[in-house]
Ligand binder design. Structure first.
Ligand SMILES: [Zn+2]
Length: 353
């Protein structure tokens, strides 16, 4: 190895991974754009010599100079929809920020991830109309408030909201009549799951993945599609649904396991057919074994589901979604019953005796 270090040597070494090791945990700064920005510190005469590099390598504490670039969260809805550029990073996803080594006094520019990355990631799932219909795009779990359009009383809605906010990683069967807020409440939990997914990627969490982990599935359409797939003939162009037992199991093999979030919308619309119920059971079983969070919405109560489907499949399916065993985080969430109890206690406090 020569003792003279030229910009070319440094760059090549970096590209070949030699320098990448000591650059950790910093993002690479020896890109051609950054080379010119590195200045010699007080202890080093010449940049790009072996001495400079040794000093650079020895530095253990890099401190950012000044404040981070201003980030404007309000412009994000426009940025993710590609209607305007992020004014912090001009849509590069990062910007350069000066750091000073506390021992060597070397000044260097390091890449800083722009916060817009988080919003872009969220939009991948949130902006998908199949996942979140347009009218629900502003729903957030933390900002949920009782809706005047709901059939539930405000106090009843507030009870549900408090419960969801304190049990945000629970599986639920939400059941009640039309207009009780099942879609709204389930999408609030989905919003939370989407943000968790994006946050993990931005923080390089060990269970981060760029694969989709959040699903909202029309239960009947899914069961129909699975059945159609199993009955296809060789020349049919029938596709498997996105979420399958195999996919669930594959995500669980990740180390540490990746937690899936799945909404089964209108689960009561699944017709009582052996094949459909078996597929639904197998998916719920895989999800439950892999610790996924399942949120099912239904117009029917669990008892009505047993009557509509059959006892052979219904019990096992419900057990995997909403029936609690030991300390599992599962719950039945009746949206009609809450109205009744609330109204009763409000109007007739004597009833309790
Ligand atoms: Zn940005």
């Amino acid at each position: 190895m020569s003792s003279k270090w030229t910009t070319q040597t440094i760059y090549r070494e970096h590209v070949e991974g030699e320098l990448a090791k000591f650059m950790n945990p910093f993002p690479p700064c020896f890109t051609p754009a950054a080379l010119g920005m590195i200045k010699a510190g007080t202890r080093i005469d010449l940049p790009w010599t072996k001495g400079f590099l040794d000093a650079f390598r020895s530095e253990e504490l890099w401190v950012e100079d000044g404040d981070p670039k201003e980030f404007i969260a309000e412009e994000m809805p426009g940025v993710v929809r590609k209607k305007k550029k992020c004014s912090t990073c001009l849509d590069l996803g990062y910007y350069w920020r000066a750091h000073t080594g506390q021992t060597t006094h070397i000044q260097a520019m390091f890449q800083e991830d722009c916060e817009c990355r988080f919003y872009h990631l969220v939009w991948i799932l949130w902006g998908d109309t199949n996942t979140v219909p347009e009218p629900y795009r502003n729903v957030t779990l933390d900002d949920l408030t009782p809706s005047p359009r709901s059939n539930l009383s405000d106090p009843a809605q507030q009870k549900v909201i408090n419960l969801l906010q304190s049990c945000r990683d629970y599986s639920f069967l939400m059941y009640g009549d039309t207009g009780t807020g099942k879609t709204h409440f389930s999408i609030a939990l989905l919003q939370h799951a989407v943000h968790e997914w994006a946050r993990k990627i931005c923080n390089n969490a060990p269970d981060a993945t760029s694969e989709r982990t959040v699903f909202r599935i029309d239960a009947k359409a899914w069961c129909d599609a699975m059945l159609e797939f199993s009955r296809r003939s060789f020349d049919d162009n029938v596709k498997l649904p996105d979420l399958t037992v195999t996919r669930v199991r594959k995500m669980a093999e990740h180390e540490p396991p990746i937690r899936l979030f799945v909404i089964f919308d209108e689960i009561d619309k699944v017709p009582p057919s052996e094949g459909r119920l078996l597929n639904l059971f197998q998916l719920c079983n895989a999800l439950s074994e892999c610790g996924a969070q399942i949120v099912a919405t239904s117009n029917h109560s669990p008892e009505q589901l047993v009557a509509k489907w059959d006892s052979e499949h219904t019990g096992p399916i419900l057990r995997r979604i909403c029936d609690r065993k030991k300390d599992e985080k599962r719950m039945r969430l009746p949206l009609t019953a809450i109205v009744e109890t609330t109204d009763k206690t409000k109007d007739n406090p004597e009833d309790k005796k």
